[in-house]
Structures are given as structure tokens and as C-alpha cells.
Write a protein that binds this ligand. Structure first.
Ligand code: F6R
Length: 364
């Protein structure tokens, strides 16, 4: 049941602290990351020529963050591609490749098609999935479960945050085995990740503060989501969440791309949600906000940065607890999930079963 919540989506949003604790509990042993036999050895990792990642929708957004994390651990470039595109254009994936697939359901047709083609070519496949016994679980060489528990609402919430966490932990595992991170660095990272549930709880304690912002968003036909670097990836997930359950046109953009065309769409009152968590990019994002503000945009900023500048440019400021840049998406998504939910409710939509969508997309 919905356990007192009006919709599964809100129940699942509130389950995120527990989902993350469960996910950590099963993958962390005595303060250190441990996947048992579900990861690769140092030799195997070193011998992969190239790592590819593939997924669809929200799982792809998690993969893109995972790509950034893994690139730091591997100190080399990794390819992340949408499964529906990748399945028809993966000329270089071969028997020396590692393919990482991310899928809540473990049944997504396009993701499964890439997995099968990769296996055919002799590549190794590691899956990050939430569903034990799913096709992707059964057909992969190694599997890391998200441990989010069943996700019923079509809009993915706790699956996304546990996909992120699983990818962060995989990154620590690879990075430690390769010597990029020493034992101390891994322990410090795990300690920070262990603090995430509490930080999420502190955001969930204030969901009603978002009501006026939700009301504003619900009355506009179009909304922009901006960010730079990893914040752009968070913005993509926020925009997808809003579109799928509110049916409002939400457009995510790398903030620096605005002036190459899309800024022409900015007019009086257009709501723009900007994510600002990446320390080196704070000032750049503030400049973008000033540009759209001058053209009449209404600026909603989600940030863990405490600089006074942001106060000055934001019409609405949504503060999230401070966290390392790489881990910020796991918190930045929360207000975005809640806003999408509230807008959908305000508009009288079927939140858990939005039109035209299915929970598991097994067909092309
Ligand atoms: C969005 C959403 C979809 C899924 C996508 C992949 O909220 O749920 O974008 O993320 O269809 O599904 P899985 O993860 O089951 O492969």
C-alpha cells in the first residue's frame, strides 16, 4: 500500500533515506566497499580497453554522473550513450570492452539489446539493476543490485538515487584496485556517502516550503532547467521528471549553451530552475542567471553553495545540505522530484501512471 501517502511517487521519494541505507549496508563492509564476487579484479579492470555505459531515461542520467565519477577513478575516458542510439552504432565495442548497463526494471528493450550484442562480441557486462531475476540480471556477468525495494510509480525516484550510489561505490572499488584512491580516501568517501540519508531527511523535512514554487511552475507552459558540468546532468533529470508527470514542456540546457540560441525563448516570467553545486562553476552559473534575469526570467536556484551572490540573483532559493561536488546529484534531485510531484498533483494528473508511459519499456 501507499502507507499514508496519496501516491506511490511521494512514498518512494520519502523512502530514499532507507533505500540508500539498505544499498550501503549491502555493499559496504567495515567501512570499506565490498561487492564480493560481483566486481572485477585489478587485472581484469586494467585489461579493459574501454568502458562503455548504456541505459535509457533516468537510468541514463545516473549513468552520465557515473561516467564522470568512473573517469576520475580510471583516469581515462569512458563512453556513455543512450541505449536506443548505441544499439545501432557501437562499432568499437569488442571482446576487450566492459559494458556497464544501468536499469531499474532490468527489462528495458533497448538496454537489453545492447547487452546481448555486447555479449555476442565477447565483451564483459556489469549490470546495475533493481530487479533480481530480471533479464538484465540473468544475462550479465556481474550484477550490483540497487536495493531500492520495489518502485511502483512510473516516475523513477529512489531507483535513481540508488543507481547513483551504486555507481559511486563501483567507482571507489575500481579506483582503489587501480591505486587511484588509497584506503583512507575510500574510507572518507564512504563516510560522506553514509551521511547522505540524513541530508536527504533534512530536505524531506521541508517539502511544504516548495508549495509556492510548485504553484508558480504549474501555471507556466514552459520551464527551463539549467546547470553546468555535473549540475547539467542533474538539470536533465529534473526536467525529465517534470515533463513526464506534469506534461509541462521542460527544457534542460547546459547553461553556457543558452546564448547560442535558446536565450531567444526567454521572456517575462519564464521560470528557470538552475542547479548550482559545482564549486568551480558557481560564478559562471551566476552570470547566466543574471543574463536571463535581465530578460525577465523568474529564477529558482537549487544550491548547496552559501555565497551571498546567489541570494542576490535568485527569486527563490532552495538550499540543500553541503556535499562534495561529485555527490551533489544525489541531493540536488530531491527538490526537483518533489517539485515535479507537487506540480503534477496541482494539475490533477495521474501522478503514478502518467499518460503515454509504461513502467517497463520492453519494446523498441
Ligand atoms: C523516468 C523513467 C524512465 C526510465 C527508463 C529506463 O522517470 O522512469 O526514464 O528510467 O525507461 O528504465 P529502466 O531503468 O527500467 O531501464
Amino acid at each position: 500500500g501507499k502507507e499514508g501517502f496519496d501516491h506511490y511517487m511521494m512514498k518512494e521519494i520519502f523512502e530514499q533515506p532507507k533505500a540508500i541505507r539498505d544499498c550501503l549496508l549491502r555493499k559496504v563492509d567495515e567501512g570499506f566497499v565490498s561487492f564480493g564476487d560481483q566486481s572485477f579484479t585489478k587485472d581484469e579492470i586494467e585489461n579493459f580497453d574501454h568502458i562503455y555505459m548504456t541505459a535509457c531515461g533516468t537510468a541514463f542520467h545516473a549513468s552520465q554522473v557515473g561516467k564522470r565519477a568512473l573517469e576520475d577513478a580510471m583516469q581515462k575516458e569512458i563512453t556513455a550513450e543512450i541505449a536506443s542510439e548505441f544499439r545501432y552504432n557501437m562499432p568499437f565495442l569488442n571482446e576487450n570492452s566492459l559494458l556497464i548497463v544501468v536499469s531499474q526494471s532490468g527489462e528495458t528493450g533497448d538496454t537489453l539489446a545492447v547487452l546481448r550484442e555486447a555479449k555476442q562480441r565477447g565483451a564483459k557486462v556489469l549490470a546495475i539493476t533493481n530487479v533480481l531475476g530480471s533479464s538484465i540480471d540473468r544475462e550479465s556477468d556481474k550484477v550490483i543490485y540497487c536495493d531500492a525495494g520495489p518502485e511502483i510509480s512510473v516516475a523513477s525516484t529512489k531507483a535513481y538515487s540508488t543507481q547513483l550510489l551504486s555507481l559511486y561505490l563501483l567507482t571507489l572499488d575500481f579506483g582503489y584496485k587501480l591505486g587511484t584512491y588509497d584506503e583512507e580516501a575510500v574510507k572518507v568517501a564512504i563516510e560522506e556517502l553514509s551521511g547522505v540519508p540524513e541530508k536527504i531527511e533534512s530536505i524531506l523535512d521541508h517539502v511544504d516550503d516548495l508549495d509556492p514554487i510548485a504553484k508558480r511552475l504549474a501555471s507556466h507552459p514552459a520551464i527551463f532547467y539549467l546547470g553546468r558540468g555535473i549540475d547539467y546532468l542533474s538539470a536533465k533529470e529534473g526536467a525529465l521528471k517534470l515533463k513526464e508527470i506534469s506534461y509541462i514542456h521542460a527544457q534542460s540546457m547546459a547553461a553556457g549553451e543558452l546564448k547560442h540560441g535558446s536565450i531567444a525563448l526567454v521572456e517575462e516570467g519564464l521560470p528557470i530552475v538552475t542547479i548550482i553545486t559545482q564549486s568551480l562553476l558557481v560564478e559562471k552559473s551566476i552570470s547566466n542567471i543574471k543574463e536571463v534575469k535581465a530578460r525577465g526570467a523568474y529564477n529558482i536556484v537549487i544550491t548547496d553553495d552559501v555565497s551571498a551572490h546567489i541570494d542576490e540573483v535568485a527569486d527563490d532559493l532552495i538550499r540543500i545540505p553541503a556535499i562534495s561536488d561529485l555527490y551533489a546529484p544525489i541531493l540536488a534531485v530531491l527538490p526537483q522530484q518533489i517539485l515535479a510531484y507537487k506540480v503534477s498533483v496541482l494539475l490533477g494528473n495521474d501522478v503514478d501512471k502518467p499518460r503515454n508511459l509504461a513502467k517497463s519499456v520492453t519494446v523498441e
